[in-house]
Design a protein around this ligand. Structure first.
Ligand code: SAM
Length: 282
């Protein structure tokens, strides 16, 4: 038992909170498990936590029980507000709930550093949020770490290395400015209702500086173009980016005949710099 609140199954019954597919709802009802996920975020004492999609509040309770200074939780489904208010009452002054779409609400004015993001994300918005958190124009970002649940296949794409099938835009944009590892994998039965696939928790710790210099927007554009046509040679896949892409590739030390998945992070950053330079000169 992590707190004196009722078991989650009871909460769900009392509030008639049947999971809805349209909200991407697969709930975690085992509070030992949610406490484990909270612990995977590191020491929460003295930190503000941003949680996206608290639902009935299993992970929220884990975060509070593990000592988070404050939790700001953004939830789109209004049915969850009443059970979340009961948690807020049990932890006075430590839980703020905002009703809204995490893709539209700006949580930053409500948070004080150090800030950790912890979430069992709705799958339909998970990668979009991750990319946004990884690509602010300035670095370091508002958060120190992200501890996020994804479909296992997405988690593997985040930690993938060059040469593997999973390697692509997600791996590069995350590993450029952070360290990422899978800390927990969960079978479908851990959730109610069970999704079709396994899930995994990824822990992303920001670096103080990107590993190699590059402009975030240019890097994202070049990587997206390269992997959009991952079977093509780069001189063809990147043709739309510059009329003389072949010589820019050579300048960056990349063989024009290479394919996106063979190129490492350092070379992608080099290519982004060469392109940026060419754009300014042109
Ligand atoms: N955190 C809870 C848990 O672990 O049991 C619920 C996780 S469930 C996978 C995803 C949650 O995100 C749901 O509560 C859903 O209503 C909410 N959600 C879906 N889309 C959202 C959005 N765009 N912004 C905020 N919350 C959203």
């Amino acid at each position: 038992m992590i707190d004196l609140l009722p078991p989650l199954r009871e909460v769900i019954r009392a509030h008639d909170l049947r999971a809805r597919k349209s909200f991407g709802q697969n709930f975690l009802l085992d509070l030992n498990l949610t406490a484990r996920i909270a612990r995977a975020a590191g020491d929460l004492r003295g930190a503000d936590v941003l949680e996206i999609g608290p639902g009935p509040g299993g992970l929220t309770r884990g975060l509070l029980a593990e000592g988070a200074r404050r939790v700001l939780a953004i939830e789109k489904d209004a049915r969850c507000l009443a059970p979340l208010a009961e948690i807020a009452a049990a932890y006075p002054g430590r839980l703020q709930v905002m009703e809204g779409d995490a893709l539209e609400v700006d949580p930053r004015p409500h948070l004080r550093p150090p800030i950790k993001v912890v979430a069992n994300l709705p799958y339909n918005v998970g990668t979009e949020l991750l990319i946004r958190w990884m690509t602010p124009p300035d670095w370091p970002p508002f958060w120190e770490s992200l501890t996020l649940m994804f479909q296992r296949e997405v988690a593997e794409r985040i930690v993938a290395r060059p040469g593997s099938k999973a390697y692509g835009r997600l791996a590069l944009m995350v590993q450029w400015r952070a360290e990422a590892r899978i800390v927990l994998t969960l079978p479908p039965e851990a959730f109610t209702p069970p999704p079709k696939v396994s899930s995994a928790v990824v822990h992303v710790r920001r670096l103080d500086q990107p590993r190699y210099p590059a402009d975030a927007a240019t890097l994202e554009r070049v990587v997206a173009a390269g992997f959009n046509q991952r079977r093509k040679m780069l001189r063809a896949a990147l043709r739309g980016l510059h009329p003389d892409i072949e010589s820019l590739l050579l300048q960056a030390g990349i063989a024009p005949t290479a394919r996106a998945e063979e190129v490492g992070l350092e070379s992608w950053c080099g290519l982004a710099r060469v392109l940026e330079h060419a754009r300014r000169a042109g």
